[in-house]
Ligand binder design. Structure first.
Ligand code: HEC
Length: 158
């Protein structure tokens, strides 16, 4: 467990090196590397939370959930409305988990943990599978009727 905490602190310190936390880094490559480090920290915090659930250690659950919440707030870029929805849901569930840990509600904490981790998966699915298609549609779009008029995405590239 000590190792997990040290790793998490190390990862978060490393993420800080890639730019001021909470602000948008200028260089997209740096931004991506920083986000990857933050995501590794998320994985470590999720593991810590699970460990708390397994041992009935509510303090550990609360610490893990708080880290999950705060790490999510540090992401560098707002992506789009759907991404923001997953992110908001993720933070809402981590706040709920903190409350349930405070109430020493083991069953509720486990249920919310499961729900929280399914948000990890649905957001990843969205980022991997949906965003590239959206980007491709944007590349192929043509203006109709000129000027600032209606724009339709074309799927000819698929
Ligand atoms: C709101 C969206 C969102 C949520 C929720 C989310 N992630 Fe991610 N995750 C991303 C994106 C975007 C990437 C890929 C880009 C990157 O690495 O920053 C990613 C990448 C990752 C990676 C790979 C990092 C690497 O090495 O490149 C891990 C591990 C990860 N996430 C873990 C988690 C875990 C664990 C959770 C839940 C506890 C979670 N994520 C929740 C958006 C999300």
């Amino acid at each position: 467990m000590k190792f997990g905490v040290i790793t998490l602190v190390g990862l978060m310190a490393a993420a800080g090196l890639f730019g001021t936390l909470g602000s948008r880094a200028a260089d997209p490559a740096k931004e991506e590397a920083r986000d990857a480090i933050l995501m590794r920290a998320k994985l470590a915090a999720a593991q810590q939370t699970l460990e708390g659930i397994m041992y009935g250690d509510f303090e550990l659950i609360e610490r893990g959930a708080r880290q999950l919440h705060d790490i999510d707030e540090w992401r560098s870029a707002k992506r789009d409305a759907v991404y923001d929805h997953y992110s908001a849901e993720f933070r809402r569930l981590s706040e709920k988990l903190i409350r349930l840990a405070n109430d020493k509600n083991a069953e509720g904490a486990f249920y919310t943990y499961q729900h929280l981790t399914s948000t990890c998966v649905t957001c990843h699915e969205y980022v991997r599978d949906v965003t590239p298609t959206t980007k491709r549609a944007e590349l192929n779009r043509i203006p109709l009727g000129g000027g600032d008029g209606l724009i339709l995405p074309l799927s000819a590239g698929r």
